[in-house]
Write a protein that binds this ligand. Structure first.
Ligand code: ZN
Length: 144
């Protein structure tokens, strides 16, 4: 997974040569030159030295940040895969509950890591459309 780059030290009012960008972001200069070569990071012009506007660089860093992923009703966020995943065997288990919500445990369909997700009691019926739920004896009433 790509490292998080911190562009907070980059001023939007300045222009930067590739070497300074590399130092500020703690990446190799070749990495910065590759971003420019790929066309992802636009320099001011074709001149030398290659200069990039701080504003452009900040926008680029924002663009390459991983986007927040929302889980669908029948998905859990797997901490190992770092992605929303379905329940293995389409099975989930209610492991705890209070009056309004319950915690449903499932195995990641991809890596079998245990995933937890909190559901409000009314949304449980949406979940049962695609996932077979089980529960310990004292929580069985939630499935009905
Ligand atoms: Zn996983």
């Amino acid at each position: 997974m790509a490292r998080k780059l911190n562009g907070r030290s980059i001023s939007i009012h300045r222009s930067y040569p590739a070497k300074d960008i590399a130092d500020a972001l703690r990446v190799h200069k070749g990495t910065v030159l590759r971003w420019i070569r790929n066309g992802d990071l636009k320099p001011i012009d074709d001149g030398r030295p290659i200069l990039v506007q701080g504003k452009t660089l900040r926008a680029y860093l924002e663009w390459r940040k991983p986007k927040k992923q929302k889980c669908a009703t029948d998905e859990w966020y797997c901490l190992k895969c770092r992605e929303p995943r379905h329940a293995a065997f389409e099975e989930g288990e209610i492991v705890s509950a209070n009056r309004r919500t319950c915690n449903v445990r499932a195995l990641c369909c991809w890596c079998a890591t245990v995933m937890h997700k909190r559901f409000s009691i009314p949304t449980l019926s949406d979940l049962t459309a695609s996932v077979r739920l089980s529960a310990q004896h004292h929580l069985k009433h939630l499935i009905e």
